[in-house]
Design a protein around this ligand. Structure first.
Ligand SMILES: [Zn+2]
Ligand SMILES: [Zn+2]
Length: 229
């Protein structure tokens, strides 16, 4: 630990979100013993995140062999279960900015070896209307914590105001989010991009955003979320 970090750590000690034990410098959000009890997502389909893979399905589930996805791979840290789900809700709706940032760091710690090397890490954007209403984009803060630097915001835009996906059926979700994103060719062409969001449910949103990036010439797009619902 360098001196500056030591001083910051001394002045602003942080505590485990679960058991309140003081954290050391390598622990993020929770202490090590609580960390290993988190609901990690394991052995999931690398397209849709389905966890019920059979013995013969190694990377993709049978359903995904016939579906077209625009992202090259789906990567997730956790199942959408407590305490992860509570933290995500707090980061999204209760303006807990630090928690959102720390969730990004926690995701990075958890996935470090599973994330392919990329040129740029960006959050899934909100539409102008939604951003104005909520005031911030939690996925921006997660991406910030994940990469340790301020994500670029001038690559991908959500140009269509859509209904919240939560209230819709799968078919409606696909229709609702269709052509909702726009990517700038001069910013994304030839790049390998890691697209970060808080939760993935059906993958319809991630897929549409990836479609826009691929259409604008992105070389590879990886969809990465804190939790798979
Ligand atoms: Zn703890
Ligand atoms: Zn699948």
């Amino acid at each position: 630990m360098n001196l500056v970090r030591k001083v910051i750590h001394f002045l602003f000690p942080s505590f485990c979100e679960i058991c309140q034990k003081p954290l050391d410098d390598l622990e993020v959000l929770v202490c090590n013993s609580c960390y290993f009890k988190l609901p990690f997502l394991k052995n999931y389909c690398q397209k849709c995140g389905n966890v019920d893979l059979t013995y013969s399905e190694v990377s993709y589930c049978g359903k995904c062999l016939s579906l077209k996805f625009y992202f090259d791979k789906f990567i997730a840290g956790f199942k959408y279960e407590k305490p992860i789900s509570n933290w995500i809700l707090e980061a999204k709706f209760k303006e807990n900015f630090l928690l959102a940032y720390q969730l990004g760091r926690l995701l990075n710690k958890t996935l470090s070896l599973k994330v392919p090397s990329v040129d740029v890490v960006i959050p899934l954007p909100l539409s102008k209307g939604r951003l104005k209403k909520r005031g911030y984009n939690q996925s921006f803060l997660i991406a910030y914590g994940f990469s340790g630097k301020k994500p670029e915001l001038n690559l991908l835009f959500k140009t269509k105001e859509t209904q919240p996906q939560m209230e819709l059926s799968y078919k409606e979700r696909v229709e609702n989010i269709k052509d909702a994103f726009l990517a700038l060719r001069d910013k994304v062409e030839g790049k390998r991009i890691l697209l970060i969001d808080d939760v993935m449910t059906t993958g319809a949103t991630l897929n549409e955003a990836s479609k826009a990036l691929k259409k604008a010439g992105a070389k590879e797009v990886y969809g990465c979320v804190v939790a798979r619902a």
